[in-house]
Design a protein around this ligand. Structure first.
Ligand code: MRU
Length: 338
């Protein structure tokens, strides 16, 4: 059965509470932008495309709550709240801007027609995301040999998108094409998206998946156990520099050292053409409690300082190819050109 982390039923939005996985599958219900923004910042929903989809629905739901006379002010306020919910994934701003543009274009219509138009746009963003992932999957699958051992980091699967996934979409598509694919999932400290989410998705789908600690990834590569690395992305600058979950950069450096292809898989909505390179990508700093505790138990000395950046930026020069819904981009003499 397909995993759908975000879906709507009438004017209710449902999001799978990813904080509870893999132990419990609970869908929470949302009715407005503030609620959805809270769900994004609290990590009920996470993963760049999925938070964009959720934000789009947040705006549509808010429009249905707004009085006719305040429709545009409320949409603007909803957009601001949602934009502020997490900083790194550009899909969030991409989706919010698309919704605000849609409202503007429908400006002469009756308020109820504007609301319906916004709901249809959010539905389209969700449907297009799944379609883009399928395309990423078929482009990426061609890069993987048969009997391929793929390492991945964090969760760039169905849970992180409208469905099917980006990095895990490539893995799924390769298996659907008849290839024998096994997966090494890095646990992804400190939030454990790899251990909790990627393993849940892949075990559920019957994949051969091995969980490793992040700090053993280079050793797995050095030992000849990895044929390629595929990760997702939160924001890709115009030159191909890529922000993704903290730890991605270490894997790219190690893959380069051992001559292992390092692939990024992402939809067009993750490309940020406004940034010439990765130096301008905002990096979310998360709460120290994620680092000083493990499973709710304090493991570090009281009083220690903590640095907890949630993302890092992998320079384009370490990326063998970027797999998008528009095709596979490889660096030319001048680097990446999208
Ligand atoms: O903090 P998260 O869980 O939202 O981080 C997610 C990632 O870094 C993913 O790799 C990225 O968003 C791509 S998801 C298709």
């Amino acid at each position: 059965m397909d995993i759908r982390p975000v879906f709507r039923d009438g004017l209710k939005l449902f999001m799978l509470d990813q904080r509870l996985l893999p132990h419990r599958e609970v869908f929470l219900e949302y009715h407005d932008a503030a609620g959805v923004a809270g769900g994004i910042s609290d990590m009920v929903v996470r993963g760049a495309p999925a938070i964009g989809i959720a934000a789009a629905y947040g705006i549509a739901l808010e429009a249905f709550k707004a009085p006719d006379s305040e429709l545009f002010q409320d949409i603007g306020r909803a957009a601001a709240i949602l934009m502020a919910s997490r900083p790194t994934a550009v899909n969030l701003a991409w989706a919010v801007n698309r919704m605000v543009r849609t409202a503007g274009e429908a400006g002469q219509m009756r308020p109820q027609a504007i609301r319906a138009r916004l709901l249809a746009e959010a539905d389209a963003i969700l449907a297009e995301d799944i379609e883009m992932n399928r395309r990423i999957g078929s482009f990426g699958a061609a890069l993987l040999p048969d009997r391929c051992r793929v390492m991945t980091h964090c969760n760039a699967g169905a849970l992180a998108t409208g469905g099917f996934g980006t990095a895990l979409g490539v893995i799924r598509a390769a298996r659907n094409a008849g290839k024998d694919i096994s997966v090494i999932s890095c646990e992804t400290r400190p939030y454990l998206q790899g251990a909790r989410l990627t393993c849940w998705e892949l075990v559920r789908d019957g994949f051969d998946v091995t969980l490793i600690t992040d700090n053993s990834a280079a050793w797995q590569m050095a030992s000849g156990n990895v044929d390629c690395v595929i990760v997702g992305a939160d924001r890709i600058a115009a030159n191909g520099d890529t922000a993704n979950k903290i730890g991605t950069l270490s894997h790219a450096i190690a893959a380069g050292r051992y001559g292992i292809p390092f692939y990024v898989a992402a939809p067009s909505s993750t490309l940020d053409a406004s940034l010439p390179d990765g130096s301008g990508i905002p990096i979310e700093q998360r709460d120290p409690s994620e680092v000083v505790s493990f499973g709710g138990v304090r493991v570090a000395a009281e009083g220690v300082s903590v640095a907890n950046p949630s993302f890092d930026v992998t320079p384009a020069g370490l990326i063998s190819a970027i797999i998008t819904d528009r095709g596979v981009f490889k660096p030319g003499p001048d680097g990446y050109r999208f």
